[in-house]
Design a protein around this ligand. Sequence first.
Ligand code: SAH
Length: 213
Amino acid sequence: MEDSPKYRGLRQQLVALLQQKGIKDAAVLEAMGIVPRHWFMDKGLTAFAYEDKAYPIAADQTISQPYTVAFQTQLLELQPGAKVLEIGTGSGYQTAVLLQLGATVYTVERQQTLFKKTQRLFRQYGYRPKRQVFGDGYKGLATAAPYDAILVTAGAPKVPQALLAQLALGGYLVIPVGAEEQVMTRFTRTSETTFDKKTFGVFRFVPLLEDKN
Ligand code: SAH
């Protein structure tokens, strides 16, 4: 699939809309103006790729709404070269935005179909996560911890303690918390044993599922 002036134009309109909706971080807006979202969607949905909506991907999951991607990414306040763990690779779009921002990205997905599909897409389009893992994100990715930021892109009925444990001092965990709907929550690690917590409004995500084995 190609990028084209038409898609670039639609992306700039989407970026303008995100700005109207209150996204202020210039680097996030720029990155979302660059990454072709249509590469990460089903071919039949290409025409809708620059609508500010979530759409179905494989395995009954969804590609997050662009506003949600922008909002969560903005909350990460990434410094250049930040080390980021993403839970829920899904379509791979959010991963690509993090890479476009210059982050070193570790990403975890528990659906085999999506894991395989995004492996192909990243190779095809030259996106290079530091590691792409098939596994249960509830456990985080201890081997590469600690992270400057951890981003959960599925709704978590409870906060996985492993993720808090894998934050660097001063690091952020951005996670939508709740069952039916989720409160966007950001934890900051303030010491070995303490965390600050801030909340940022209500969103709706597909559930973060825990593997019981
Ligand atoms: N960032 C993605 C969001 C996809 S939806 C995008 O914008 O496309 C959330 C994803 O989280 C789904 O792909 C789902 O399979 C995955 N997920 C749910 N529970 C998980 C878990 N415990 N570990 C890893 N991934 C999980």
